[in-house]
Design a protein around this ligand. Structure first.
Ligand code: UD1
Length: 470
């Protein structure tokens, strides 16, 4: 295992590019198993979640080759229909393969999320949609077995919530179904449009992706194509926040500014000067950030839940009290307990996080609780005085490609090294003195109390820590 060591208080300045979108690449790789022949996916980020998707493709019988940021998938030999538990565990979002496998093999077997270590991650919307398209489900001992007795056929489907993954599975399963599917209350995330663009490039007839109503006219056959994945709007947002938390001045190039439409007003409210044009955004932060009164996470085009943890980290040093309401996932504040160790003042009550900005954070030892929460700790480390050690780096590697290299290019003092002392840190045991270096003395006091259900629902829920919500 590795750890990241940061010596904070370096102002980040300069220009960066971000990698391709993880959340686009994953469903597009799944789609490559649905289409006949060879697909070339360009701008495919080098992330452990992408590796996990590649393992699933290989398990299904596809040939996969990677050359830098291009992944080539040849699905000619695809003959599998099962995702084994171990591969489901490797990546939380493997369920996005369901629609593709069903479309191709008319049979799919995977473990129920409850049976895996992926916590409370309901897939009822995915299941109901597959059933509406003609699949039948048998559930046995945590395993889900889908069969298609006749054929997949178009249907009118209305999602009760615009789930990103369910929308993707519907696009995948309906693309080669018989007849027309009309999907209402679809997710509108840019990654949905990117998946539809890929599928349309393969011969699909999908209209309206990016809107709430998507019409899919099933076609008999799809054939592989080349496609370039859109830039990662979540990584771009995270680096802009990293610039802001260090009073920096950074430009993120080769992105689609409209995809960050909900973040920019929030950063402006925090006092950042933002200019955006064409394919770039430049941000210059004030000497002291202002509080942001209220931020609510919402489905796109609202404020993304995936940027909530990095934003929380930025607001720990803002002047005044900020409030965040998490509307997408029930408990996505695990980073809050770790941020307290820097001396941040945060309280969490259900879906609400209240952040009382402090003038300075102090470096400490922390463990990444999940992907975005992990990067939030890096942000706090960049802002903090002294040394910060972040463990649990494998979470961060799921979604950010070489983050320490990017941050170093902006002037951060950050390095990744092998972790020899990992034992004993996984659960954050207090060391002999009862506190860790620089840990705030009042962790767990009434003032900084993080409610057990909000910050650490895992252990109380039955032994297995849930994974990321992503
Ligand atoms: C995707 C993203 C993730 C992001 C999330 C919300 C990928 C790989 N992951 O995850 O980064 O945080 O969108 O923008 O693209 N839900 C149900 N039943 C279902 C499906 C979802 O109740 O069948 C609930 C979830 O528990 C959650 C909410 O709907 O509370 C949103 O989930 P969803 O949009 O499906 O997120 P993912 O596709 O899993």
């Amino acid at each position: 295992m590795e750890k990241i060591i940061i010596h904070g208080q370096k102002r980040l300045c300069g220009e960066i590019e971000v990698h391709g979108s993880k959340n686009s690449a994953l469903p597009i790789l799944a789609a490559a198993s649905l289409v006949d022949g060879v697909s070339e996916i360009h701008n495919c980020p080098q992330l452990s979640d992408v590796d996990a998707a590649i393992h699933i493709l290989q398990h299904l019988g596809c040939k996969v080759a990677r050359d830098g940021h291009t992944v080539t998938v040849d699905s000619t030999g695809m003959n599998g229909y099962e995702i084994p538990d171990r591969l489901m565990r490797e990546m939380r979002s493997s369920v996005v393969f369901l629609g593709a496998i069903l479309g191709r093999a008319k049979h799919a077997r995977l473990c129920a999320p409850g049976g895996c270590e992926i916590g409370l991650r309901p897939i009822d919307l995915h299941i109901s949609a597959m059933e509406q398209l003609g699949a039948e489900l048998k559930e046995e001992g945590g395993r889900l077995e889908f069969t298609v007795p006749k054929e997949l056929s178009g249907a009118r489907i209305t999602l009760s919530f615009p789930s990103v993954g369910a929308t993707e599975n519907i696009l995948l399963a309906a693309a080669t179904a018989t007849g027309r599917t009309v999907l209402q209350n679809a997710a509108r995330e840019p990654e949905i449009s990117d998946l539809a663009d890929f599928l349309n490039g393969c011969g699909a007839r999908i209209h309206g992706a990016g809107d709430s109503t998507i019409i899919i006219d099933g076609v008999k056959r799809l054939s592989g194509t080349g496609h370039t994945v859109i830039p990662d709007r979540i990584a771009a947002s995270t680096y802009l926040l990293a610039g802001a938390v260090t009073q920096g001045r950074i430009c993120v190039k080769d992105i689609i500014p409209a995809h960050l439409g909900a973040l920019l007003p929030v950063m402006k409210e925090a006092g950042c000067d933002i200019t955006a044009s064409g394919r770039w955004i430049c941000m210059s932060a004030p000497p002291r950030l202002h509080r942001v009164k209220m931020t609510r996470t919402m489905p796109y085009p609202g404020f993304p839940t995936d940027v909530q943890a990095p934003l929380s980290a930025m607001l720990t040093v803002a002047d005044g009290t900020s409030v965040i309401i998490e509307n997408i996932f029930e408990s996505r504040y695990k980073h809050a307990a770790e941020l307290l160790r820097f001396g941040a003042k945060i309280s969490v009550e259900g879906r609400m996080e209240v952040i009382e900005g402090v003038p300075r954070l102090l470096g400490t030892q922390v463990v990444a609780p999940d992907l975005r929460g992990g990067f939030a700790l890096i942000l706090a480390g960049l802002a903090a005085h002294g040394e910060t050690v972040v463990r649990g780096v494998e979470h961060i590697d799921r979604g950010y490609e070489k983050p320490e290299q990017i941050l170093r290019s902006l002037g951060a003092d950050i390095q990744r090294i092998q972790d020899d002392e990992e034992e004993g840190f996984g659960k954050h045991k207090e060391n002999e003195g009862g506190t860790e270096p620089n840990a705030p003395a009042d962790i767990g006091s009434a003032k900084n109390d993080i409610k057990a259900d909000a910050a650490a629902p895992d252990e109380s829920a039955g032994g297995q820590p849930p994974g990321d919500v992503e």
